[in-house]
Design a binder for this molecule. Structure first.
Ligand SMILES: C[S@@+](CC[C@H](N)C(=O)[O-])C[C@H]1O[C@@H](n2cnc3c(N)ncnc32)[C@H](O)[C@@H]1O
Length: 242
C-alpha cells in the first residue's frame, strides 16, 4: 500500500529485525512490484532502536503494532525523529492502556508477544513523544482492544510531527474550550491573538496582516471590507473663567 501511495518516484523502506519477516516481505514484494509495474521497495534488517537509514531521509514513518514490542521506546522515537525530514510525520497504530499495566502482564512472555505487556499508558506515550522532540501530537483513532484482569487495552492511531524550521503564524484560538496549552507551555485563551507554530488547525483562525482569516473559507457576513475611514475628533472649546 505504501509503495502504491508514493508511486514510482517515491521510495519505501521496510525495517525488521527477524530474517523470517524479511523473507516474507521479500516474497510479497515480488507480487507487489509485478502488479504495480515498478519497484520502489527495499527491506532492511535492523532494530527500531538503531534504524539502518540515514538522517533526514523520510517524509513519513508508519508502523503497525510494533513499537510496543520495543524494549527501549525512547531510543526508538529518537531514531524515528533522526530519519524523518524536518516537517515529516510519524503515523502509528499501536496498543496503549489508560492506567498502569500490572507487572504480571508486563513480565508475561505471551502478553508481551500479544502486544499488551509492552503497551505504554496513553498519557505517557504523548509525553514521551513530546520529550523526544515531536510536536503537534494528535490522536486519530481509538478502539477498545482487550481487557486483562483490571487493565483495559486500546488500539490507538496517532500522528506526530518533526518540527520544521521555526515559522510562526498569527492566529486566534476559536474554542470550544476556554483555552489551549501550546507545546511550548503557553496558555492561549479563547479569543486571544497569539503566535502559533506547527500545522494549521481548524480550531485556530490564522489571520493575515489585515486581520483577514486566511485558513478557513469565511463565506458571507453582514459586513464586508470597507475603505479606511479617518476618525473625526469633535473640536473642544476651552472656557475661560466661570
Ligand atoms: C506484530 S508484528 C508486525 C506486524 C506488521 N507491522 C503488520 O502490520 O503485519 C511485529 C514485528 O516487529 C518486529 N520487531 C519487534 N521488535 C523489533 C525491534 N526492536 N526492532 C525491529 N523489529 C522489531 C518483529 O520481528 C515482527 O516482525
Amino acid at each position: 500500500m505504501a509503495a502504491a501511495t508514493v508511486g514510482p518516484e517515491g521510495r519505501v523502506f521496510g525495517i525488521d529485525m527477524t530474517d523470517d519477516m524479511l523473507a516474507l516481505a521479500n516474497t510479497a514484494k515480488k507480487k507487489v512490484t509485478a502488479k504495480l509495474g515498478f519497484d520502489n521497495l527495499e527491506f532492511r534488517k535492523g532494530f527500531l532502536e538503531e534504524i539502518p537509514l540515514e538522517d533526514n531521509i523520510a517524509d513519513v514513518v508508519i508502523s503497525n503494532c510494533v513499537i510496543n514490542l520495543s524494549p527501549d521506546k525512547r531510543a526508538t522515537y529518537h531514531e524515528i525523529i533522526r530519519v524523518l525530514k524536518p516537517g515529516g510525520r510519524l503515523v502509528v497504530s499501536d496498543v496503549v492502556s489508560d492506567g498502569p499495566v500490572e507487572v504480571a502482564i508486563k513480565n508475561d512472555e505471551q502478553f508481551r508477544g500479544e502486544c499488551l505487556g509492552g503497551a505504554l499508558q496513553q498519557l505517557h506515550l504523548v509525553n514521551m513523544l513530546k520529550n523526544c522532540g515531536f510536536t503537534a501530537v494528535r490522536l486519530l483513532k481509538r478502539f477498545p482492544y482487550r481487557r486483562v484482569s483490571h487493565t483495559d487495552f486500546f488500539s490507538l492511531t496517532y500522528e506526530a510531527i518533526k518540527p520544521a524550521a521555526k515559522e510562526t503564524k498569527t492566529g486566534i484560538y476559536r474554542g470550544p474550550f476556554a483555552g489551549i496549552i501550546l507545546d511550548d507551555g503557553r496558555v492561549i485563551l479563547k479569543g486571544q491573538t497569539a503566535e502559533f507554530s506547527g500545522p494549521d488547525d481548524a480550531s485556530i483562525f490564522l489571520v493575515d496582516a489585515d486581520g483577514k482569516v486566511a485558513n478557513i473559507d469565511m463565506g458571507q457576513s453582514c459586513c464586508g471590507i470597507k475603505p479606511e475611514t479617518t476618525a473625526i475628533m469633535p473640536m473642544m472649546g476651552i472656557k475661560k473663567g466661570r
